[in-house]
Design a protein around this ligand. Structure first.
Ligand SMILES: *[C@@H]1O[C@H](CO)[C@@H](O)[C@H](O)[C@H]1NC(C)=O
Ligand SMILES: *[C@@H]1O[C@H](CO)[C@@H](O)[C@H](O)[C@H]1NC(C)=O
Ligand SMILES: *[C@@H]1O[C@H](CO)[C@@H](O)[C@H](O)[C@H]1NC(C)=O
Ligand SMILES: *[C@@H]1O[C@H](CO)[C@@H](O)[C@H](O)[C@H]1NC(C)=O
Length: 501
């Protein structure tokens, strides 16, 4: 009998110790579970969401309509811009041609479908806008280093084709493409290897549908610290545009998932094909996303588009050497068929204020409206809310030999800006995320609490029984006559010791 009670005491103590160990190891156990849960595996829960994100991303587009094109060209007035929009497109994203590789990566193509939303937009796709003629001004700006006779030849061709520095097109055409006489000509005459891939010009041309780019990302199965990060882009590990590996490499997430276990010191990276680089993101503040899921807001650091002459580490993005892009702009000419395109944040947020003051009609930038941000759920690395905000500008160079553009001064001309956003995950996802955040501490407390309580009860019960047994034995001993000199205590103790052997 006594023997069993001692076993119970031991079991109770063991249970309490086990509860303590479980409480201590719980975070590690959770980490292993989370890593397993998020990694991209066929049949895994995350796989379905990754393949076909259960969100409706919207793209809000704002176009700068030029209202004084003639006065700008003829009198040298500052351009007056009218910000039109938003023109809203609802999107559906999914991944096709998915192929798992042996080395913990998966390759795929991205398919995006855009649907114009009449009710969310303030304006129609048929609105007529006046914007700089991007193909023409790209060609003239590029020609400034060419031989003079080429520029003169260009001028006569543009005369014959009646090409003007501003075009009036519908919003739909500007975005999705219109036939451009210059591109058409270029397509027919330029040698095959320098050929532009199309004869249409549109700011989002070719983006509706399956994109030919092949992405290869890490699934997280072998190394969770690279989960969702780009391994290869079209088979290459770099953009092959920038001068250092650090600036050139494609290792960044697609913006929807990041390696889990993010903290406030983490540096996230987003691969952005249109930006031709990865965009670093740093912690800004704690936020509460839809469905009461707490998240961290990550934003690009303030000097992300700093001028190379201010921050020397930026010079890797200026391979042609000084002069480099002005403060707050990023030169993507190399990956836009040498068009002089400079990207910035909307309203020239964080950029040299003189850029904004060179035109009339762009209000001062506002962090709330114009900052690029991503809110992530830090434990799982899932994006809860995002606004990828970028403005497209054309860096026009004055070329006096070409009479059509002779009066078009050197200027960074804003064309449009857009925000690609995800506002909230569907409630079945947020409730799961919320559970992932809330449940572990509760589960940890509950599980180790229950174990400890069970241990305590067993221990207490055993001790009580032992105490009662001791009393019982004491009574037994009392009822038998004591040998002289032996204390009560002395008689009990041998009994106990005996039972312990
Ligand atoms: C854009 O500006 C032009 C004047 O340059 C004007 O005729 C046109 O109505 C404007 N477009 C819209 C949609 O307001
Ligand atoms: C993984 O395999 C794919 C396909 O074979 C290959 O393109 C990629 O370079 C490999 N990545 C690494 C890190 O070895
Ligand atoms: C995109 O393509 C789909 C069909 O594939 C079409 O229904 C839709 O209208 C297109 N969107 C735009 C903006 O052209
Ligand atoms: C942008 O980059 C291209 C090619 O690297 C270069 O020729 C051009 O001068 C640059 N533009 C600016 C404004 O820095």
């Amino acid at each position: 009998m006594v023997n069993k009670r001692w076993t119970a005491v031991a079991a109770g103590i063991l249970l309490i110790i086990f509860a303590g160990v479980l409480a201590a190891l719980f975070p590690n156990i959770m980490e292993i579970l989370i890593n397993r849960e998020v990694s991209i595996r066929e049949g895994g829960r995350a796989y379905g969401w990754w393949k076909e994100p259960p969100v409706v991303p919207h793209m809000n587009i704002y176009i700068y309509n030029v209202t004084n094109a003639d006065e700008f060209l003829n009198n040298g007035d500052k351009p007056i811009l009218q910000e039109l929009g938003p023109y809203v497109y609802l999107q559906k994203w999914d991944k096709t041609n998915i192929k798992f590789n042996d080395n913990g990566t998966v390759s795929y193509n991205v398919r995006k479908r855009f649907e114009f939303s009449e009710e969310l937009s303030s304006g129609s796709e048929d609105d007529l806008v006046v914007v700089p003629n991007v193909p023409m001004l790209s060609a003239t700006s590029q020609s400034r280093h060419a031989a003079r006779f080429l520029r003169l030849a260009m001028a006569s061709i543009m005369d014959i084709l009646k090409i003007k520095p501003f075009v009036e097109v519908s919003v739909g055409q500007l975005l999705w493409g219109y036939e451009d006489p210059l591109l058409k000509l270029a397509k027919d005459v330029v040698p095959k290897e320098q050929k532009l891939p199309y004869d249409q010009f549109g700011l989002l041309y070719g983006k509706n549908g399956t994109h030919p780019d092949q992405y290869t990302i890490f699934t997280g199965a072998s190394d969770i610290s690279k989960y969702g990060m780009m391994d290869r882009w079209n088979g290459k590990d770099g953009f092959k545009h920038w001068t250092t590996d650090e600036c050139d490499n494609v290792l960044g997430g697609d913006g929807s998932i990041f390696p889990p276990h993010i903290n406030k010191d983490s540096k996230l990276k987003v691969f952005d094909k249109d930006l031709c680089r990865t965009l670093p993101l740093v912690f800004k503040e704690e936020v509460m996303a839809e469905g009461d899921v707490p998240g961290y807001r990550f934003v690009p650091p303030k000097d992300v588009f700093a001028a190379a002459d201010r921050i020397s580490s930026q010079s890797c993005y200026c391979p042609a050497g000084p002069p480099c892009a002005p403060e707050g702009t990023f030169n993507v000419s190399r990956c836009q068929y040498d068009s002089p395109v400079l990207l910035s944040f909307p309203h020239f947020y964080l950029a040299d204020p003189t850029l904004r003051e060179a035109v009339i009609g762009i209000s001062p930038p506002n962090e709330e409206k114009h900052q690029f941000f991503i809110d992530v759920q830090p434990l799982m690395g899932t994006t809860l809310r995002a606004r990828a905000r970028i403005q497209i500008n054309l860096a026009v160079s004055q070329v006096r030999d070409i009479k059509q553009v002779a009066s078009f001064p050197d200027i960074v001309f804003p064309i449009m800006w857009f925000e690609d956003g995800v506002d909230g995950l569907p409630s079945h996802v947020t409730s799961l995320l919320k559970m992932a955040v809330d449940v572990p501490p509760i589960a940890r407390a509950a599980l180790s609490g229950a174990l400890a309580a069970a241990g305590a009860i067993v221990l207490l019960g055993a001790l009580l029984c032992l105490a009662r047994a001791a009393k019982h034995q004491e009574k037994l001993h009392l009822s038998t006559p004591l040998p002289p000199g032996a204390s009560k205590q002395g008689n009990i103790n041998p009994g106990f010791q005996g039972s312990m052997k």
